[in-house]
Design a binder for this molecule. Sequence first.
Ligand SMILES: *Cc1c(COP(=O)(O)O)cnc(C)c1O
Length: 384
Amino acid sequence: MSEKIFEIFEKKIENLKLQNLYRSVRDLKSREGMKITIKGKKLINFASNDYLGLSQHPVVKNSAIEAIKLFGVGGGASRLLSGGTIFHKKMEELLSKFKNSQKSLIFNSGYTANLSAIQSIAQEGDLILSDEFNHASIIDGCRLSKAEKYIYKHCDIEDLYRLIKKTKCKGKRIIITDSVFSMDGDIAPLQELYEICKNEEALLYLDDAHGTGVLGDGFGALKHFDLKTEDFVIQMGTFSKALGSFGAFICASSSLIDWLINTSRGFIYSTALPASVIASSYSALKLILEDKSLIKKLWENTNKVRETIKKLDLLTTHSQTPIIPILFKDLKEALKASKILAGLNIYAPVIRPPTVKIPRIRLTVTAAHTEEEIEALIEALGRL
Ligand SMILES: *Cc1c(COP(=O)(O)O)cnc(C)c1O
């Protein structure tokens, strides 16, 4: 192949490097609790969504091992053929109870769930109203949908109302929002969104990736706001964050789940998650339901770090969750700060544009951080 073709990419990559926007993969050599080893250096990880440390919980690990003994390591086919197992069925039943919904469906990842469910639900003639800070997987799902799309200003109910009044729609209207915004750590105004959807007969599609296992005593964002599961609410969540495993789910009315089974391309045309992955998600969810000490610890650690950020007067967002960003006016400053933290054994990488507009160090606090590790972070922040 002509070298010219690759020159195009090389030039673009060179350009990214010049702008400090070049990204590279950092793979771990080992992981023990929240201590990780990267390039021979032992660091405390403040960049993990494993909010409750369940990815390493002995009970969770063991249930994966037991499931492998029963079903092997791979699903072998999509769920509609022969890839599903009793673990999938049991997990979906537990999820419906957990989110108080009629039915649930497991997807292979949060990214896949948003991509394929939004495409299935929002059809030609429908109208999507989406928060400007929604996760990339929601944006991509909207792009794939043939519905009309409107973006409302971040958490701005007035702007949303303005759009609702301005737009005409023959079909369904669907309001889509993250419950917790993954780069700012703030929470969507769910009470208001819920009321609007109820009054306007719109669907509410809620991405509760960072709310599940974290907010509302672990039950998620709806519970946090004391809102009841109704037919018009579609709850998406993941196993990849607080559940410490991998995969995702959608909880909704029976007819909607049936529709997803029959039309969601990411569900139909992809091999089912292995039984071991589902088994570990299942026992993680059981632990979240039974042992509230983990969530308590998560919030204790979160509050300590948040108070420090406030005391030090560091620039931050309206975070109300364990996602605590430190904002920087320019990217170079952020990279410098991240380097200083790394020198103090704190792993806190920079989130760059275009993922976010304002460069930041995005700290995530977990229940698995020990008191010493939280103290080490607090001291390091003081030295910034
Ligand atoms: C992480 C995340 C996803 C994607 O979930 P994966 O299981 O990692 O693919 C979707 N939505 C939000 C809000 C997320 O933070």
